[in-house]
Design a protein around this ligand. Structure first.
Ligand code: NAP
Ligand code: MG
Length: 403
């Protein structure tokens, strides 16, 4: 059979440890035999990041801007232990942080749902995608511990030197704490556009919630910016696509999410997204079944798995043991990227291939063949635990039948 052609290359960002091993297996077993794979390769493995003083990370992000679609393997974010392990020149920053800052994107995380693994909230039969605003608020705060008798004010000096002051609190009779937060119209607008675009892209409703009744300026600004951009730029497109933008209060949103059956995107402010994405991921069962895509307001996409490099499995692998590491989220990063590339380049065959590969993967698990993490969760009766490579080969068998 002739290989499926590609036009524009994907930006391929290789990574670290167990996921780097899985990366190669996926390419060798499920991609290269079927697709005339075109990629522009960037090695974001820690060794090469160190060698290039992290320049390779910046280059890969610029390439993503140029081509529009990237697929990324999980990478190590160095800490003190990694400094010694890899003999690093510097404690390089998180590649994801660097790429996100350059693309100004929003991260959307979606669980992969399979029969046999029931979410802790059994009504969640469709995925809930969480979009977290990854700038500002408490993550870029200024805070102080203050002593009894202190008077704390918020002071803003505008560009002409005019001061506006507002009392925060008079600390009479007790010590206390204060905190200064900010966000920018620019960042909130980018966040809103990424969310509206992704909703259109995936034909799902978009939910957004803040606490605007209590925070009448700060949270209300988020609400207003979303509403304005929606009315001016997206309302007609949403109507045409038959999807809805729904705004409510954060506590009402939480209650509705729990009662829902899923199938929508939930846009969250930074802190809400941090907390809720862990809640949602856990409720769906496994971090290894969670995909992630960074979407820029200009419509640039970077796909990856939500989990890390699975270090513990890698050390076993280095000792010569075969591991049963789950490759599904990394595989879906590839299918997501290939499908998007197909859409952008008008290559239906490529997008169809991505759909079929996902179908074959889900079918494999639903027929009882799975890695150890899922084996522990699955309620299927005839289930079988296999190692990483065997799983991918089983997917290939089913893929061949679909092609
Ligand atoms: P992790 O790699 O996500 O793994 C944590 C644990 O979760 C594993 O030990 C394993 O549990 C389970 N797990 C995660 N993914 C799995 C998979 N695909 N298959 C089977 N089990 C899986 O997190 P970590 O160990 O905290 O971090 C390791 C490295 O990854 C760190 O250096 C961190 O900086 C990096 N990291 C990168 C990214 C990214 O690039 N996006 C994200 C997070 C972390 P068991 O050991 O119990 O089997
Ligand atoms: Mg968190």
């Amino acid at each position: 059979m002739a290989k499926i052609p590609m036009k524009t290359p994907l930006v391929e960002m290789d990574g670290d440890e167990m996921t780097r091993i899985i990366w190669k297996m996926i390419k060798d077993i499920l991609l290269i035999p079927y697709v005339d794979l075109k990629t522009e390769y960037y090695d974001l493995g820690l060794e090469y990041r160190n060698e290039t003083n992290d320049q390779v990370t910046f280059d890969s992000a610029e390439a993503t801007k140029k081509y529009g679609v990237a697929v990324k393997c999980a990478t190590i974010t160095p800490n003190a232990a990694r400094m010694t392990e890899y003999d690093l020149k510097e404690m390089w920053k998180s590649p994801n942080g660097t790429i996100r800052a350059i693309l100004d994107g929003t991260v959307f995380r979606t669980p992969i749902i399979v029969k046999g693994i029931t979410p802790y909230i059994p009504t969640w039969t469709k995925p809930i995608t969480i979009a977290r605003h990854a700038y500002g608020d408490v993550y870029k705060n200024t805070e102080m511990q203050v002593t009894e008798g202190s008077k704390c004010e918020l002071v803003c000096t505008d560009k002409d030197g005019n001061e506006t002051r507002q009392l925060i609190h008079d600390f009479n009779g007790t010590d206390g704490i204060i905190q200064g937060l900010h966000n920018t119209d620019k960042s909130i607008s980018s966040f809103a556009r990424s969310c509206f675009n992704f909703a259109l892209d995936t034909k799902q409703d978009l939910w957004f919630a803040t606490k605007d009744t209590i925070s009448k300026k700060y949270d209300h600004r988020f609400k207003d910016i979303f509403a304005e951009i929606f009315e001016n730029e997206y309302k007609e497109k949403f109507d045409a696509a038959g999807i809805e933008y729904f705004y409510t209060l954060i506590d009402d949103a939480v209650a509705r999410v729990v009662r829902s059956d899923g199938g929508y995107i939930w846009a969250c402010k930074n802190y809400d997204g941090d907390v809720m994405s862990d809640m949602v991921a856990t409720a769906y069962g496994s971090l290894a079944m969670m995909t992630s895509v960074l979407v820029s307001p200009e419509g640039v996409y970077e796909y990856e798995a939500a989990h890390g490099t699975v270090q513990r499995h890698y050390y076993k692998y280095l000792k010569g043991e075969t591991t049963s590491t789950n490759s599904v989220a990394t595989l879906f990063a590839w299918t997501g990227a290939l499908r998007k590339r197909g859409e952008l380049d008008g290559l239906t065959e490529l997008s169809d291939f991505a759909d079929k590969l996902e179908k074959a993967t889900i079918q494999t698990i639903e027929e009882g063949v799975m890695t150890g993490d899922l084996y522990l969760l699955s309620s299927l009766e005839n289930k079988q635990k296999v190692d990483t490579e065997t799983f991918l080969k089983e997917v290939a068998v089913r893929l061949e039948k679909l092609l």
